[in-house]
Write a protein that binds this ligand. Structure first.
Ligand SMILES: [Zn+2]
Ligand SMILES: [Zn+2]
Length: 272
């Protein structure tokens, strides 16, 4: 007896696989070479073609050069002796920041898609690229010192910037949480997704001045009881870093609770 699989089930099955293992570059849409190996192997493969990957990772790779501030991940003048104008004399509670790249061109389009993508395919894909970026830090001594958080150290924790529940419902996705999960899984680090929480729903940061952004988020986050982070090194994960106000407020909460070192890890750093 032959069993006919309904067309709708074949369609659903094909698209479920496409969501998990996209067969086309998520940026330019060209066909990707067919992926082989077990699902566990395939899940770490990047979902962009070689050209797009190169462009995305290379722009992030510029952070290891002298024209990106290691403290706040902003592009800075390459003149010797010139401090970063973005974080100079500013109080930022995180120790340093690392971005896949500047919030412009192709990466900006992908981040905007990620924020709307309820399937979380784009967050998973950009998370994997971010892991490629972080790997550089693991394989070089200089990079590891830069990161301040050895990725094979069990004292290194991964924590996403929390999102207010209402905002999460409205958006239908929580990219920082997905990115944190991808990083934690890739490097076998503990992910504390619920340790930080929003204590009040701050106004959206968009449109506020730099000073107002810091005021707006002040006191807006708490570390829940039962999460000892004494002497921990934390990778604090968010999608975009603009003034650094949100990451700084989270880092302040973590530092006051005893965290030793906080690195803000983001997909994109605004350049304005
Ligand atoms: Zn492509
Ligand atoms: Zn800076």
């Amino acid at each position: 007896m032959t069993t006919t699989i309904p067309a709708w089930l074949r369609w659903a099955n094909r698209h479920a696989v496409d969501l998990l293992f996209p067969s086309r570059c998520l940026s330019c849409g060209i066909d990707l070479p067919s992926k082989t190996g077990s699902p566990a192997d395939r899940r770490d493969e990047v979902d962009f073609c070689a050209a797009c990957t190169n462009e995305l990772v290379t722009s992030g790779g510029s952070q290891v050069a002298t024209n990106v501030c290691r403290r706040c991940a902003a592009p800075i003048p390459t003149l010797p002796g010139v401090d970063c104008p973005h974080c100079m004399r500013k109080t930022l509670w995180f120790d340093q920041a690392l971005a896949l790249g500047p919030y412009e061109k192709r990466l900006r389009k992908l981040v905007l898609r990620m924020k709307q993508d309820r399937t979380e395919t784009m967050a998973l894909a950009l998370g994997k690229l971010l892991c490629q970026r972080l790997k550089w830090h693991r394989v070089t001594k200089e990079g590891e010192a830069d990161l301040g958080c050895p990725l094979d150290d069990s004292a290194c924790l991964v924590m996403p910037i929390p999102m207010h529940p209402w905002r999460r419902v409205a958006r239908g996705t929580n990219a920082p949480s997905v990115l944190a999960q991808v990083i934690g899984r890739h490097f076998s680090l503990s992910v504390l997704s619920r340790a930080l929480s929003v204590s009040r729903n701050s106004s959206p940061q968009k449109g506020l001045s730099r000073h107002s952004r810091f005021q707006n988020v002040r006191g807006g986050m708490i570390l829940k009881a039962g999460y000892p982070i004494e002497a921990a090194k934390v990778l604090l994960v968010d999608d975009i870093l603009t003034t650094g106000a949100t990451c700084s407020e989270a880092a302040r909460v973590l530092k006051l609770a005893g965290a030793d070192h906080v690195t803000a890890v983001v997909i994109a750093r605004t350049t304005g």
